[in-house]
Design a protein around this ligand. Structure first.
Ligand code: TRP
Ligand code: SF4
Length: 328
């Protein structure tokens, strides 16, 4: 019996190359070894975006298209919208009852977001409980493994603590510990050498056209010491080189040679990189074309995903209710 993996992403916008080399490639690989459950966590998104909730549905559908185009396979994985499976909320409610306020108030991610996010009012009842819903997501499928980035580790620790407290209080062994499958910290900076982020407008998106990609790569910052075409460059400090390593590793040696030997200029170096990225994303582009041809496809994937997720959720909730109330 394969172990179950659960992970979720908030539908806050188009996915980019950072998501691909970080989370998504990991998600795709895990399909070979695990039963994978991947959720568009739109309720989590609503906690932050409640003032602009209208795009959440559309963003969710677009995100699923991004997932599918990368090779998340609905034949093998359960792909669904969190808000299609109301048991997430039922379990969240029960877990809320047993989660001490102090655990949530102490949560470093919470404190950091309240401090740093100033464009939205996050002083809400639900946002404090963000990790409780996340725990419910994971425990509802009794997932043993959760692929996440390092920033999410405090949330996973809370999940484990909540699960143990549930087992202790209700004298059960229903929930087992879940472990993190850490996604390597992003190796890729944005086009402008800052952290890659939609809000900085420095991303190459998975859905960008070849023309967009070329235009964007041309704007990339290069080795600042290489001013003239005849100056030798330093690939190790150049973000363009980092992209070569991620998307055209076969070219790595050649880049070092033409850069340090001033045999090729940065403009041509970037042009070649754009070609390599365009080629790298070709299968994704082709998959996307196919998916877009059948407008019902994504909706069907989500419908089937919700059915499969609900079946597991219903079973877990039967046991949860038995543990809590002694009956169904
Ligand atoms: N909090 C996660 C993030 O912002 C998203 C998320 C919600 C999640 N529920 C989850 C991740 C359950 C893993 C497991 O990235
Ligand atoms: Fe960067 Fe390429 Fe220019 Fe070297 S030649 S500095 S790797 S863009």
């Amino acid at each position: 019996m394969r172990k179950t993996v659960f992970s979720g992403m908030r539908p806050t916008g188009k996915l980019h190359l950072g998501h691909l080399v970080g989370a998504l490639s990991n998600w795709v690989r895990l399909q070979d070894t695990h039963r994978c459950v991947y959720s568009v966590v739109d309720w989590h998104a609503l906690m932050g975006e409640y003032e602009q909730s209208a795009p959440l549905r559309e963003n969710g559908l677009e995100m699923v298209i991004d997932w599918l185009s990368c090779g998340i396979d609905p034949q093998r994985s359960i792909i669904f919208l969190q808000s299609d499976v109301p048991q997430h909320l039922e379990l969240q409610m029960i877990l809320s009852c047993i989660t001490p306020l102090g655990w949530l108030e102490r949560n470093p991610t919470y404190k950091e977001q309240l401090r740093e996010i100033t464009t939205r009012d996050l002083q809400t009842y639900a946002f404090l409980g963000y990790p409780v819903l996340q725990a419910a997501d994971i425990l509802l499928y009794r997932a043993q493994a959760v692929p996440i980035g390092e920033d999410q580790l405090p949330h996973l620790e809370l999940t484990r603590e909540i699960a143990r407290r549930f087992n202790f209080l209700f004298k059960t062994e229903l929930f087992s510990d879940c472990e993190a499958i850490l996604t390597p910290t992003p190796r890729l900076l944005g086009l402008d050498n800052r952290k890659m982020s939609k809000s900085y407008g420095n991303t190459i998106n998975l859905s960008d056209s070849p023309e967009d990609i070329l235009k964007k790569v041309k704007t990339m910052v290069t080795d600042p010491q290489r001013i003239k075409r005849t100056d030798p460059g330093h690939p190790e400090v150049c973000n363009v080189f980092a992209y070569y390593k991620a998307f055209a590793s076969a070219e790595e040696k050649a880049v070092v040679e033409w850069c340090t030997g001033a045999a090729k200029g940065c403009t041509d170096c970037k042009k070649d990189l754009a070609d390599a990225i365009i080629e790298y994303l070709r299968p994704l582009r082709e998959n996307r074309q196919k998916i877009l041809k059948d407008p019902a496809f994504v909706k069907n994937v989500l419908k089937e995903g919700a059915d499969k997720a609900s079946a597991i959720a219903t079973e877990t909730m039967t046991q949860v209710r038995k543990a809590v109330f002694g009956a169904n």
